[in-house]
Ligand binder design. Sequence first.
Ligand code: AN7
Length: 364
Amino acid sequence: MHWRGLIDRYREYLPVTEATPVVSLCEGNTPLIPVDSLSREVGDNVEVFVKFEGLNPTGSFKDRGMTMAVSKAREEGSTAVMCASTGNTSASAAAYAGRAGMSCIVIIPDGNIAMGKLAQALMHGAQVFAVQGNFDDALTIVRDITDKHPITLVNSVNPYRIEGQKTASFEVIDALGDAPDYHFIPVGNAGNITAYWKGYVEYHNAGKSTRRPRMMGFQAAGSAPIVLGHVVEKPETLATAIRIGNPASWKQAEAARDDSGGMIDMVTDDEIVSAYQHLARVEGIFVEPASAASVAGLIKLIQSGFFKQAKNAPPTGRKTRIVCVCTGHGLKDPDNARKCSSVPISVPASIEAIMEHVCLDLSR
Ligand code: AN7
Protein backbone atom coordinates (compact mmCIF):
# COMPACT_ATOMS: atom_id res chain seq x y z
CA MET A 1 0.00 0.00 0.00
CA HIS A 2 1.24 3.50 -0.79
CA TRP A 3 1.18 5.49 2.46
CA ARG A 4 0.00 8.98 1.47
CA GLY A 5 0.45 10.75 4.75
CA LEU A 6 -1.53 11.17 7.93
CA ILE A 7 -4.26 13.44 6.55
CA ASP A 8 -5.08 10.76 3.99
CA ARG A 9 -5.01 7.99 6.63
CA TYR A 10 -6.86 9.75 9.47
CA ARG A 11 -9.03 12.18 7.51
CA GLU A 12 -12.22 11.36 9.42
CA TYR A 13 -10.60 12.53 12.69
CA LEU A 14 -9.20 15.76 11.25
CA PRO A 15 -10.73 19.16 10.42
CA VAL A 16 -10.29 18.82 6.66
CA THR A 17 -12.75 18.62 3.78
CA GLU A 18 -12.52 17.62 0.13
CA ALA A 19 -11.72 21.29 -0.54
CA THR A 20 -8.60 21.30 1.63
CA PRO A 21 -5.49 21.44 -0.58
CA VAL A 22 -3.39 18.84 1.22
CA VAL A 23 0.31 19.61 1.48
CA SER A 24 2.01 16.36 2.41
CA LEU A 25 5.41 14.71 2.35
CA CYS A 26 3.83 11.36 3.26
CA GLU A 27 4.66 11.99 6.93
CA GLY A 28 3.61 9.69 9.79
CA ASN A 29 3.56 5.87 9.82
CA THR A 30 6.71 5.87 11.96
CA PRO A 31 7.98 2.66 13.54
CA LEU A 32 7.25 1.48 17.06
CA ILE A 33 10.54 -0.21 17.89
CA PRO A 34 10.79 -2.78 20.73
CA VAL A 35 13.52 -1.86 23.20
CA ASP A 36 14.34 -5.10 25.01
CA SER A 37 17.17 -3.71 27.14
CA LEU A 38 14.65 -1.50 28.96
CA SER A 39 11.74 -3.95 28.97
CA ARG A 40 13.80 -6.30 31.17
CA GLU A 41 14.68 -3.49 33.55
CA VAL A 42 11.07 -2.49 34.19
CA GLY A 43 10.00 -6.02 35.09
CA ASP A 44 8.57 -9.33 33.93
CA ASN A 45 5.94 -9.29 31.24
CA VAL A 46 6.73 -5.71 30.23
CA GLU A 47 7.27 -4.38 26.71
CA VAL A 48 8.94 -1.03 26.11
CA PHE A 49 8.74 0.57 22.68
CA VAL A 50 10.27 3.66 21.11
CA LYS A 51 7.97 5.54 18.73
CA PHE A 52 10.71 6.87 16.48
CA GLU A 53 9.44 10.18 15.18
CA GLY A 54 12.88 11.03 13.83
CA LEU A 55 11.86 9.02 10.77
CA ASN A 56 9.41 11.64 9.56
CA PRO A 57 10.35 13.45 6.30
CA THR A 58 12.22 16.33 7.95
CA GLY A 59 13.44 14.19 10.82
CA SER A 60 11.02 15.16 13.59
CA PHE A 61 7.43 14.86 14.81
CA LYS A 62 6.79 18.46 13.75
CA ASP A 63 5.85 17.22 10.26
CA ARG A 64 2.61 15.80 11.65
CA GLY A 65 1.46 19.21 12.76
CA MET A 66 2.93 21.02 9.81
CA THR A 67 1.09 19.05 7.11
CA MET A 68 -2.16 20.17 8.81
CA ALA A 69 -1.12 23.77 9.56
CA VAL A 70 0.24 24.45 6.07
CA SER A 71 -2.67 22.73 4.31
CA LYS A 72 -5.17 24.82 6.30
CA ALA A 73 -3.16 28.01 5.76
CA ARG A 74 -3.31 27.36 2.04
CA GLU A 75 -7.02 26.60 2.20
CA GLU A 76 -7.54 29.95 3.93
CA GLY A 77 -5.63 31.74 1.15
CA SER A 78 -2.55 32.59 3.17
CA THR A 79 0.71 33.06 1.26
CA ALA A 80 3.17 33.15 4.16
CA VAL A 81 3.84 31.26 7.38
CA MET A 82 5.96 32.20 10.36
CA CYS A 83 7.25 30.52 13.50
CA ALA A 84 9.63 30.84 16.41
CA SER A 85 11.67 27.72 16.83
CA THR A 86 14.33 25.84 18.72
CA GLY A 87 15.01 24.26 15.32
CA ASN A 88 12.69 21.43 14.36
CA THR A 89 9.57 23.53 13.82
CA SER A 90 11.54 25.83 11.53
CA ALA A 91 12.93 22.92 9.50
CA SER A 92 9.47 21.45 9.07
CA ALA A 93 7.73 24.77 8.35
CA ALA A 94 10.37 25.61 5.73
CA ALA A 95 9.94 22.26 3.96
CA TYR A 96 6.12 22.30 3.88
CA ALA A 97 5.91 25.99 2.98
CA GLY A 98 8.41 25.41 0.16
CA ARG A 99 6.32 22.54 -1.14
CA ALA A 100 3.16 24.67 -0.91
CA GLY A 101 4.78 27.60 -2.74
CA MET A 102 4.45 29.82 0.33
CA SER A 103 6.95 32.13 1.99
CA CYS A 104 8.38 31.02 5.31
CA ILE A 105 9.88 33.28 7.97
CA VAL A 106 11.51 31.73 11.02
CA ILE A 107 12.99 33.21 14.17
CA ILE A 108 15.52 31.15 16.08
CA PRO A 109 17.57 31.83 19.21
CA ASP A 110 21.02 32.82 17.96
CA GLY A 111 23.66 30.20 18.76
CA ASN A 112 21.24 27.75 20.34
CA ILE A 113 19.92 25.56 17.57
CA ALA A 114 21.44 22.34 16.27
CA MET A 115 23.39 22.65 13.04
CA GLY A 116 21.32 20.19 11.03
CA LYS A 117 18.10 22.07 11.77
CA LEU A 118 19.56 25.40 10.73
CA ALA A 119 20.84 23.80 7.52
CA GLN A 120 17.36 22.47 6.79
CA ALA A 121 15.56 25.79 7.29
CA LEU A 122 18.08 27.54 5.04
CA MET A 123 18.14 24.80 2.43
CA HIS A 124 14.33 24.76 2.14
CA GLY A 125 14.42 28.48 1.42
CA ALA A 126 13.11 30.06 4.62
CA GLN A 127 14.08 33.58 5.65
CA VAL A 128 15.91 32.89 8.88
CA PHE A 129 16.38 35.47 11.63
CA ALA A 130 18.64 34.58 14.54
CA VAL A 131 17.57 36.77 17.47
CA GLN A 132 19.74 37.66 20.40
CA GLY A 133 17.34 36.09 22.85
CA ASN A 134 15.83 32.71 23.66
CA PHE A 135 12.88 30.76 22.25
CA ASP A 136 10.42 32.47 24.59
CA ASP A 137 11.51 35.91 23.32
CA ALA A 138 11.20 34.68 19.72
CA LEU A 139 7.67 33.32 20.31
CA THR A 140 6.52 36.63 21.80
CA ILE A 141 7.82 38.43 18.71
CA VAL A 142 6.18 36.12 16.16
CA ARG A 143 2.84 36.21 17.99
CA ASP A 144 2.93 39.99 17.77
CA ILE A 145 3.96 40.12 14.12
CA THR A 146 1.39 37.53 12.98
CA ASP A 147 -1.34 39.39 14.91
CA LYS A 148 -0.68 42.51 12.86
CA HIS A 149 0.29 41.14 9.44
CA PRO A 150 -1.24 38.68 6.96
CA ILE A 151 1.12 35.86 7.94
CA THR A 152 -0.05 32.54 9.42
CA LEU A 153 1.50 31.55 12.75
CA VAL A 154 2.51 27.88 12.61
CA ASN A 155 3.77 27.36 16.16
CA SER A 156 1.77 24.81 18.16
CA VAL A 157 -0.55 27.57 19.43
CA ASN A 158 -2.03 27.07 15.95
CA PRO A 159 -4.74 24.46 16.73
CA TYR A 160 -4.19 22.62 13.44
CA ARG A 161 -0.69 21.71 14.63
CA ILE A 162 -2.18 19.83 17.59
CA GLU A 163 -4.73 18.14 15.32
CA GLY A 164 -1.99 16.75 13.08
CA GLN A 165 0.23 15.69 15.96
CA LYS A 166 -2.53 13.75 17.74
CA THR A 167 -2.39 11.15 14.93
CA ALA A 168 0.75 9.70 16.51
CA SER A 169 -1.46 8.31 19.30
CA PHE A 170 -3.73 6.77 16.69
CA GLU A 171 -0.73 5.02 15.15
CA VAL A 172 0.38 3.66 18.53
CA ILE A 173 -3.08 2.21 19.20
CA ASP A 174 -3.41 0.87 15.65
CA ALA A 175 -0.03 -0.85 16.03
CA LEU A 176 -0.57 -2.33 19.51
CA GLY A 177 -4.29 -3.04 19.24
CA ASP A 178 -4.87 -0.95 22.38
CA ALA A 179 -3.37 2.03 24.21
CA PRO A 180 -0.18 1.48 26.22
CA ASP A 181 -0.20 1.72 30.02
CA TYR A 182 2.39 4.48 30.13
CA HIS A 183 3.36 7.09 27.56
CA PHE A 184 6.72 8.84 28.12
CA ILE A 185 7.38 12.09 26.25
CA PRO A 186 9.79 15.05 26.28
CA VAL A 187 8.15 18.38 27.14
CA GLY A 188 9.30 21.73 25.75
CA ASN A 189 6.60 24.11 24.59
CA ALA A 190 4.14 21.36 25.64
CA GLY A 191 2.25 21.11 22.35
CA ASN A 192 3.11 17.47 21.79
CA ILE A 193 1.97 16.13 25.18
CA THR A 194 -1.26 18.08 24.60
CA ALA A 195 -1.65 16.51 21.16
CA TYR A 196 -0.90 12.93 22.22
CA TRP A 197 -3.38 13.14 25.07
CA LYS A 198 -6.05 14.55 22.73
CA GLY A 199 -5.36 11.66 20.35
CA TYR A 200 -5.59 9.02 23.06
CA VAL A 201 -8.85 10.46 24.41
CA GLU A 202 -10.45 10.73 20.96
CA TYR A 203 -9.49 7.21 19.88
CA HIS A 204 -10.71 5.84 23.23
CA ASN A 205 -14.02 7.65 22.77
CA ALA A 206 -14.26 6.20 19.26
CA GLY A 207 -13.97 2.70 20.74
CA LYS A 208 -10.51 2.04 19.32
CA SER A 209 -8.93 1.34 22.71
CA THR A 210 -10.09 -0.02 26.06
CA ARG A 211 -7.88 2.27 28.15
CA ARG A 212 -5.92 5.51 28.15
CA PRO A 213 -2.26 5.73 29.15
CA ARG A 214 -0.76 7.66 32.03
CA MET A 215 1.06 10.61 30.43
CA MET A 216 4.63 10.87 31.71
CA GLY A 217 6.21 14.15 30.57
CA PHE A 218 9.86 15.06 31.11
CA GLN A 219 11.49 18.48 30.96
CA ALA A 220 15.22 19.19 31.10
CA ALA A 221 16.21 20.13 34.66
CA GLY A 222 17.58 23.53 33.56
CA SER A 223 14.37 24.29 31.65
CA ALA A 224 11.64 22.83 33.84
CA PRO A 225 9.02 25.55 34.39
CA ILE A 226 6.08 23.15 34.72
CA VAL A 227 7.88 21.03 37.33
CA LEU A 228 9.06 24.07 39.28
CA GLY A 229 5.73 25.88 38.95
CA HIS A 230 7.20 29.11 37.64
CA VAL A 231 8.60 30.63 34.43
CA VAL A 232 12.34 30.00 33.97
CA GLU A 233 13.82 33.28 32.72
CA LYS A 234 17.10 31.84 31.50
CA PRO A 235 16.46 28.22 30.48
CA GLU A 236 19.54 26.06 29.96
CA THR A 237 20.15 22.52 28.71
CA LEU A 238 22.27 20.82 26.08
CA ALA A 239 18.96 19.53 24.67
CA THR A 240 18.39 22.82 22.83
CA ALA A 241 15.10 21.61 21.31
CA ILE A 242 13.48 21.82 24.77
CA ARG A 243 15.35 24.88 26.04
CA ILE A 244 12.05 26.65 26.79
CA GLY A 245 11.21 28.58 29.96
CA ASN A 246 7.56 29.53 29.42
CA PRO A 247 5.66 26.84 27.49
CA ALA A 248 2.71 28.05 25.43
CA SER A 249 0.62 24.94 26.25
CA TRP A 250 1.50 24.89 29.97
CA LYS A 251 -2.11 24.54 31.18
CA GLN A 252 -2.96 21.85 28.62
CA ALA A 253 0.10 19.84 29.67
CA GLU A 254 -1.00 19.97 33.30
CA ALA A 255 -4.49 18.87 32.26
CA ALA A 256 -3.04 15.90 30.33
CA ARG A 257 -0.99 14.96 33.39
CA ASP A 258 -3.90 15.27 35.81
CA ASP A 259 -6.63 13.71 33.64
CA SER A 260 -4.42 10.70 32.87
CA GLY A 261 -3.04 10.16 36.38
CA GLY A 262 0.46 10.82 35.05
CA MET A 263 3.31 13.12 35.99
CA ILE A 264 5.57 15.85 34.66
CA ASP A 265 9.06 15.53 36.07
CA MET A 266 12.56 16.54 35.01
CA VAL A 267 15.82 14.86 34.00
CA THR A 268 19.32 16.32 34.22
CA ASP A 269 21.55 16.81 31.19
CA ASP A 270 23.69 13.90 32.45
CA GLU A 271 20.62 11.65 32.54
CA ILE A 272 19.64 12.82 29.05
CA VAL A 273 23.12 12.09 27.68
CA SER A 274 23.22 8.67 29.26
CA ALA A 275 19.85 7.72 27.69
CA TYR A 276 21.00 9.24 24.36
CA GLN A 277 24.11 7.05 24.40
CA HIS A 278 22.24 3.94 25.55
CA LEU A 279 19.70 4.20 22.72
CA ALA A 280 22.42 4.68 20.12
CA ARG A 281 24.87 2.05 21.38
CA VAL A 282 22.64 -0.68 22.73
CA GLU A 283 19.50 -0.32 20.66
CA GLY A 284 20.77 1.14 17.37
CA ILE A 285 18.42 4.12 17.64
CA PHE A 286 20.05 7.52 17.02
CA VAL A 287 17.85 10.29 18.41
CA GLU A 288 18.62 13.89 19.23
CA PRO A 289 19.27 14.77 22.90
CA ALA A 290 15.83 16.30 23.62
CA SER A 291 14.23 13.12 22.32
CA ALA A 292 16.17 11.04 24.81
CA ALA A 293 14.44 12.89 27.68
CA SER A 294 11.52 10.46 27.48
CA VAL A 295 13.79 7.44 27.83
CA ALA A 296 15.86 9.22 30.50
CA GLY A 297 12.61 9.69 32.41
CA LEU A 298 11.80 5.99 32.16
CA ILE A 299 15.29 5.04 33.36
CA LYS A 300 14.98 7.51 36.25
CA LEU A 301 11.71 5.91 37.34
CA ILE A 302 13.10 2.39 37.01
CA GLN A 303 16.04 3.34 39.23
CA SER A 304 13.82 5.04 41.82
CA GLY A 305 11.73 1.88 42.23
CA PHE A 306 8.62 3.52 40.77
CA PHE A 307 7.42 0.32 39.08
CA LYS A 308 7.91 -1.68 42.29
CA GLN A 309 5.32 0.38 44.17
CA ALA A 310 2.04 -1.49 44.43
CA LYS A 311 -0.01 1.23 42.70
CA ASN A 312 2.31 1.23 39.67
CA ALA A 313 2.97 -2.51 39.48
CA PRO A 314 2.28 -4.17 36.15
CA PRO A 315 -1.23 -5.64 35.92
CA THR A 316 -1.41 -9.43 35.97
CA GLY A 317 -2.81 -11.45 33.10
CA ARG A 318 -1.50 -9.26 30.30
CA LYS A 319 1.63 -7.46 29.24
CA THR A 320 2.34 -3.96 30.50
CA ARG A 321 3.18 -1.71 27.60
CA ILE A 322 5.26 1.41 27.77
CA VAL A 323 5.77 3.74 24.82
CA CYS A 324 8.56 6.33 24.82
CA VAL A 325 8.34 8.92 22.05
CA CYS A 326 11.67 9.88 20.52
CA THR A 327 10.77 13.08 18.79
CA GLY A 328 13.73 13.87 16.50
CA HIS A 329 16.61 12.25 14.63
CA GLY A 330 20.15 12.21 16.01
CA LEU A 331 21.60 13.40 12.70
CA LYS A 332 20.09 16.82 13.37
CA ASP A 333 22.66 17.53 16.05
CA PRO A 334 26.09 16.30 14.97
CA ASP A 335 27.88 18.58 17.46
CA ASN A 336 26.33 16.93 20.51
CA ALA A 337 26.82 13.49 18.97
CA ARG A 338 30.54 14.15 18.67
CA LYS A 339 30.80 15.65 22.15
CA CYS A 340 29.18 12.56 23.64
CA SER A 341 31.30 10.00 21.77
CA SER A 342 34.92 8.98 21.41
CA VAL A 343 37.05 10.50 18.62
CA PRO A 344 38.17 8.52 15.55
CA ILE A 345 41.64 7.00 15.91
CA SER A 346 44.00 8.41 13.31
CA VAL A 347 46.28 5.70 11.90
CA PRO A 348 48.57 5.06 8.92
CA ALA A 349 46.90 3.12 6.08
CA SER A 350 48.18 -0.29 7.12
CA ILE A 351 46.60 -3.46 8.43
CA GLU A 352 49.10 -3.67 11.30
CA ALA A 353 48.43 -0.14 12.50
CA ILE A 354 44.70 -0.78 12.58
CA MET A 355 44.91 -4.21 14.23
CA GLU A 356 47.07 -2.72 16.94
CA HIS A 357 44.11 -0.59 18.03
CA VAL A 358 41.12 -2.83 17.31
CA CYS A 359 39.26 -3.98 20.43
CA LEU A 360 37.40 -7.24 20.08
CA ASP A 361 34.95 -7.91 22.87
CA LEU A 362 34.55 -11.67 22.53
CA SER A 363 31.94 -11.75 25.29
CA ARG A 364 29.37 -10.15 22.97
C1 AN7 B 1 13.07 16.97 19.20
O1 AN7 B 1 11.12 23.25 17.11
O2 AN7 B 1 9.71 23.80 20.20
O3 AN7 B 1 6.67 20.09 24.02
O4 AN7 B 1 10.55 25.12 18.04
O5 AN7 B 1 12.22 19.61 18.69
O6 AN7 B 1 5.65 20.07 21.74
O7 AN7 B 1 7.40 21.75 22.33
C2 AN7 B 1 10.70 21.81 19.43
C3 AN7 B 1 10.32 21.01 20.44
C4 AN7 B 1 10.67 17.62 21.87
C5 AN7 B 1 9.25 19.45 22.59
N1 AN7 B 1 11.57 17.05 21.09
O8 AN7 B 1 7.95 19.37 22.06
C6 AN7 B 1 10.67 23.89 18.07
C7 AN7 B 1 10.30 23.20 19.32
C8 AN7 B 1 12.09 17.69 20.04
C9 AN7 B 1 11.69 19.00 19.76
C10 AN7 B 1 10.25 18.90 21.66
C11 AN7 B 1 10.75 19.63 20.60
P1 AN7 B 1 6.84 20.37 22.56
